[in-house]
Design a protein around this ligand. Structure first.
Ligand code: HEM
Length: 510
């Protein structure tokens, strides 16, 4: 009965707003195609958990539609499988497609409502976005190049000493860059207290979203049960998590404030934003929350992206050799790459683009929430739907990127090896509309200099078994919203003693 009333209300509101033509559509309630529903549960049991992006891409092909629809228990899911659909809805109709769904677990119980990722679309969200845009736009990120170079040189040293722990080294580099650029904090060791808290907060976030939609969000009535009630473990755990979630944003920010108060001059986003604010509690909260969102945005994404890069180098040794020939020719063997080299290294730039395209670490975007009823290509899209952009489907569209499973940097170059401005940029790997990743420019700088420096210094190759036979890893991945390759073994060795000396020289300089 309630759903019938809800349906009628949305039906009348829509018909009044959309006019007579759409009145008919709404009446017919022509939804986009999707798998067949079962009574009561609808498609609930068909919502894919593993490799969802591939399943949605497959349904799109099966139904001949770039938009796929699932629904059940009052929840509607819309997946957009083409750039045409994501541009039309997320960009051109951005006023209504850029909210986030409300989660009882994350917003109300754990208290993650402050993070930008979950903030509802509105003034506070726009102010947070403006703050990050101001400090991390494409020009401004140049200010952080020195600290990025330092962090990448430390990464090279780590890879030299402990090549098997490459993922840990990538994570350490990402942490250092975020903490330094956001708060001017120098991370000295992996046991650093700020990193420990940020990692704990991130772990809570990924644990709570990583297992699909929490039961309490599917059946909100459960929130009224007491925490001691059997099966209410989530509620008990949420209480413990809450304190850590808040420390994640307040601890490094309070450190900045204390240092400014003691007269220290800092070069970081927090001090710059505080300096340019009027000092109201609201502004401080916006700055604290926007910067507090960065660690969670950066740590896994940057680490996994570099991990996929290492896997690509193992699987495609000819790409690595070509990249090293370019580096040797343009930079020589006497120094490490710097940002000023970028324009002259088209093949390295193409590798960076191909890494984004081959395995975009967020294959299926985080859900956007549709704020009003809408109509697209004659389909009625109900208010409150969760709308996902399928980056994987767009970046593996065979018409745009032939042979999409292949790691092929050449697709971004002309036949003569120069940059091809007509090749489609893989930037949807950073998301859609007004939710597009606010850290994309600093991410691009970080990834580029890391890729160029690793290729310039090391040879990455397949590990071998006791008989000397190469162990070629497959392209498996771990489950999760941010997708990491499944653990694999490889060798990472300096290209020569001269290259090793170059890496060690960066250490002595400090
Ligand atoms: C490989 C690097 C990265 C990739 C591929 C990536 C990708 C993404 C994607 C796909 C989204 C969701 C967009 C959507 O919902 O449509 C996102 C959101 C976000 N990213 Fe990144 N990101 C990366 C690095 C970073 C870094 C370095 C930072 C911060 C310094 C960052 C901060 C954020 C934040 C705060 C959000 C939430 C934005 C919102 O909900 O409005 N990301 N990112």
């Amino acid at each position: 009965m309630t759903s019938l009333l809800k349906y009628s209300a949305s039906y009348f509101r829509t018909t009044m707003e959309l006019g007579v033509l759409d009145f008919t559509l709404t009446f017919l309630a022509l939804r986009p195609p999707g798998p067949r529903q079962v009574p009561i549960l609808g498609n609930i049991l068909q919502i894919p958990v593993d490799s969802a992006w591939k399943v949605y891409q497959g349904w799109g092909r099966q139904f001949g539609s770039d938009i796929v629809y699932l629904s059940g228990l009052g929840m509607n899911i819309i997946v957009l499988n083409s750039l045409e659909a994501t541009s039309e809805l997320f960009d051109k109709r951005s006023q209504i497609y850029n909210d986030r769904p409300h989660s009882i677990l994350l917003h109300d119980l754990v208290g993650f409502d402050w993070t930008m990722l979950f903030t509802h679309y509105g003034q506070r969200f726009k102010d947070m976005r403006k703050a990050l845009q101001q400090e991390f736009n494409s020009g401004r990120v140049m200010n952080y190049q020195d600290s990025q170079i330092d962090a990448v040189h430390e990464l090279l040293q780590e890879l030299l000493c402990q090549p098997k722990r490459f993922n840990k080294a990538f994570r350490g580099m990402a942490s250092k860059i975020v903490m330094k650029s956001a708060y001017g904090i120098d991370i000295q060791s992996e046991n650093d207290e700020y990193v420990r808290i940020a990692e704990k907060g991130l772990e809570i976030l990924t644990t709570s979203v990583g297992q699909g939609i929490p039961l309490i969000d599917i059946l909100p009535i459960l929130r009224h049960l007491p925490a001691w009630f059997p099966g209410m473990g989530t509620k008990r755990q949420a209480r413990e998590w809450r304190q850590c979630a808040d420390l994640m944003r307040s601890m490094p920010f309070d450190n900045v404030k204390a240092r400014i108060a003691s007269g220290e001059t800092l070069q970081c986003a927090a001090s710059s934003l505080l300096e340019n604010s009027k000092g109201t509690d609201y502004e401080e909260d916006v700055i604290r929350s926007a910067l507090g969102s960065m660690y969670a945005g950066a740590a896994d994404t940057v680490t996994y992206m570099l991990s996929w890069f290492v896997l690509a180098m193992v699987l495609y040794p000819q790409v690595q050799q070509k990249a090293q020939r370019e580096i040797d020719e343009i930079i020589g063997r006497g120094r490490l790459p710097i940002f000023a080299d970028r324009q002259r290294l088209p093949y390295i730039n193409a590798i960076y683009n191909e890494c984004l395209r081959w395995h975009p670490v967020i294959e299926l975007s985080f859900p956007h929430r549709l704020m009003e009823d809408d109509v697209y290509k004659g389909y009625f899209l109900p208010q409150g739907s969760l709308v996902f952009g399928n980056a994987h489907a767009i970046l593996h569209d065979e018409d745009v990127y032939p042979n999409p499973k292949q790691f092929m940097p050449e697709r971004f170059l002309r036949v003569d090896g120069s940059w091809n401005p007509d090749a489609r940029d893989p930037s949807v790997a950073f998301g859609f509309g007004r939710r597009i990743c606010p850290g994309r420019f600093i991410a691009r700088e970080t990834l580029w200099i890391a890729i160029a420096s690793i290729l310039s210094s090391f040879t990455i190759s397949a590990a071998r078994d006791e008989n000397g036979k190469e162990l070629i890893p497959d392209e498996a991945h771990l489950p999760g919203g941010i997708v990491s390759p499944a653990p694999f073994k490889c060798n990472i060795k300096p290209r020569s003693t001269d290259h090793e000396a170059l890496i060690l020289a960066t250490q002595r300089k400090e």
